[in-house]
Design a binder for this molecule. Structure first.
Ligand code: CA
Length: 234
């Protein structure tokens, strides 16, 4: 399969990187999404997929879970560790809660089980792109966050967040209890608009005032010079 050009033209379509080893499935997805006006790029194994993803310039990644050379979950984790916040839609043949949770833990934003309708795939891709955030409620310890209405929840209290606060919290929840680097949070919450660490600190200060200060136990922990993480409350 050839590689399509990835131009910066103001096309209404998205730049989609498809990482899928099954040729027939990849060809179907490529054909459908290209006809729908998206710019497609494709890699058939995990190693070349990760290399391509790390080059950036992609709006959404459609990532198969089972890949030769490098597993989709590992690929996703390495991408996040490198600070890339690009939305990732994971494809899998396995429909178990365990797999979904593992996918989210490694930084996937949404999940689609094979076989799926192409229309649903495209709808999910647009939803991910629109929100720039995961499509499902995230939870860790006493904390929940629903990206659809940008509402956090702690100990029964509903806490509305701004888009930036929500994106930062989603990033921490996805990785919890692991430390998330400043770079990763910045890439995820600010994207190409490019925030900086000072702006991030300001947002985290406000986020703490909302989800930590009113409660007995603080959950957001700073790891000096590295990033932030969420602590599970006892
Ligand atoms: Ca596969």
């Amino acid at each position: 399969m050839h590689r399509g050009p990835m131009s910066d033209s103001a096309s209404p379509g998205l730049r989609i990187l498809l990482i899928e080893d099954q040729h027939d499935i990849a060809a179907n997805i490529w054909d459908y999404l290209e006809r729908r006006g998206h710019e497609m790029d494709h890699c058939a194994d995990g190693v070349s997929g990760l290399a391509r993803a790390l080059r950036g310039d992609v709006d959404v990644i459609v990532l198969d879970l089972g890949l030769p050379r490098l597993d989709g979950l590992v690929l996703c984790r390495r991408l996040r560790e490198a600070g890339h916040g690009v939305p990732v839609l994971m494809l899998t043949a396995r429909d178990t809660l365990e797999d979904k949770l593992r996918g989210y833990a490694e930084g996937a934003d949404d999940y689609l089980v094979k076989p799926f309708a192409m229309r649903e795939l495209e709808a999910r891709i647009h939803a991910l792109r629109r929100h720039g955030q995961p499509a499902t409620t995230l939870a860790f310890g006493p904390l929940r966050y629903d990206p659809h209405d940008m509402m956090a929840q702690r100990e029964g209290r509903q806490i509305p967040l701004t888009r930036l606060q929500g994106a930062i919290l989603a990033c921490l929840l996805q990785e919890a209890p692991r430390v998330v680097s400043h770079a990763r949070i910045l890439a995820s919450a600010w994207g190409r608009q490019g925030g900086d660490v000072a702006a991030l600190q300001t947002q985290v200060y406000e986020l703490r005032a909302l989800i930590d200060k009113p409660f007995a136990q603080p959950l957001i922990q700073s790891v000096r010079g590295v990033g932030y993480r969420l602590l599970g409350a006892s």
